[in-house]
Design a protein around this ligand. Structure first.
Ligand SMILES: C[S@@+](CC[C@H](N)C(=O)[O-])C[C@H]1O[C@@H](n2cnc3c(N)ncnc32)[C@H](O)[C@@H]1O
Length: 351
């Protein structure tokens, strides 16, 4: 993978709004599931000081290096893990990091990755069709483009790119492959469109579709959101910033479903699902960047922030506290248990 990511800077999006939505408080414990350049993480650490802790997760080994440098001053309270957030619960249990006061997802790509000339995410640079977040992943964009059938390609481009010309693009890909580089693919799509018109490059949607497929972005987000709920303490906040309608739909539907006591299909006379609400919606209306932010950072224009708060039964809460106590108790040889219990009750707002 490339060596050029450091040349660019990622400007974090909706920082103040995210901190407010997370209700960051001194001494709180937070997870940044998409560390990126560490911008949101730095703001969380500042706001949760003194006594705050942060677990940062980042799939891209190049990105986490940059975040490590940026967050060096907090190395005693920030644990940064090079992992995929699809393993969120396992990571938290491994590092004994739950329950938490808040979890932030800011998925997709950072400017560092988009602007990197050799990662293959952008058609602005000629690069191998790679698009993997991590070199540990097997499937690349070139594998998809060169091995999927025309029907599979058309479906993928339509589903993940919402591209109107998906069938024509898939047909052209199959007749011109093998395709090796981003520019080959971008120029092929330009030809399908009959040239470039308007501000948006015709390859934008296809590139988005390939990136989503390579990194299983939507499936991983959905799986991680379910795990996130299990890690939040009472009143803990789940905050998600999404950048396209497919992502936002997943977040919206997930939060709405989790905010309902019954999720039986309409028409079922009595509830048979046994579902109980685990979240309360905090913002009914999605939060978007101010015109000033969009002007300063045009890449923020499509950002949409949603926030929900963890509802928890008294039983679930005491299970959390017990788990926390026993893990800390082992380290403290048992003698601090009453003080810890008191502190934890206060931290998680239970009388
Ligand atoms: C928009 S950037 C986050 C920027 C960050 N909030 C900041 O302030 O710099 C998204 C980051 O999430 C990472 N990412 C995306 N999907 C991921 C996943 N499934 N697991 C872990 N990291 C992921 C990307 O590699 C990228 O660095």
């Amino acid at each position: 993978m490339g060596q050029t990511m450091v040349a660019s800077v990622h400007v974090p999006v909706l920082v103040e709004e995210a901190i407010k939505a997370l209700a960051v408080q001194p001494g709180g414990r937070y997870i940044d599931a998409t560390l990126g350049g560490g911008g949101h993480a730095a703001a969380i650490l500042e706001q949760s000081s003194p006594g705050g802790q942060l677990l940062g997760i980042e799939a891209d080994p190049e990105a986490i290096q940059i975040a490590r440098t940026r967050l060096e001053a907090w190395s005693d309270v920030a644990l940064l893990i090079n992992e995929n957030f699809v393993n969120l619960e396992a990571i938290c249990y491994k590092y004994d990091f739950s329950p938490v006061h808040g979890i932030l997802f800011d998925p997709g790509l950072s400017s560092l990755q988009l602007d990197s000339p050799d990662r293959g995410f952008s058609f602005q640079h000629d690069a191998p069709l790679d698009m993997r977040l991590s070199p540990d992943q097997k499937l690349t964009a070139a594998d998809i483009v060169n091995t999927y059938s025309e029907t599979e390609l058309a479906q993928l481009i339509q589903r993940y790119g919402e591209e109107g010309y998906s069938r024509q693009i898939a047909h052209r890909i199959v007749s011109e492959r093998p395709l090796r580089t981003t520019l080959q693919l971008a120029q092929l799509i330009e030809r399908v469109y009959g040239g470039r018109r308007g501000r948006i490059h015709p390859a934008t949607k296809t590139f988005q579709a390939l990136r989503i497929a390579v990194n299983q972005e939507l499936d991983n987000l959905e799986l991680a959101l379910k795990q996130a709920v299990n890690l939040l303490g009472f009143g803990g906040r789940l905050v998600v910033i999404s950048y396209h309608s497919l992502e936002d739909r997943i977040v919206k539907q997930f939060m709405q479903r989790e905010a309902r006591d019954c999720v039986c299909p309409p028409g079922v006379p009595t509830c048979v699902c046994g579902h109980t609400a685990s979240l309360k919606l905090i913002n009914k209306k999605v939060i978007t960047p101010s015109p000033e932010e969009v002007q300063k950072n045009p890449r923020s224009r499509s950002a949409r922030l949603r926030v929900a708060e963890r509802l928890i039964t008294q039983d679930e809460h005491y299970q959390f506290v017990e788990r926390l106590c026993s893990s800390v108790e082992v380290k403290a040889n048992g003698w601090r248990r009453p003080i810890l219990l008191q502190k934890l009750r206060r931290a998680f707002l239970v009388a």
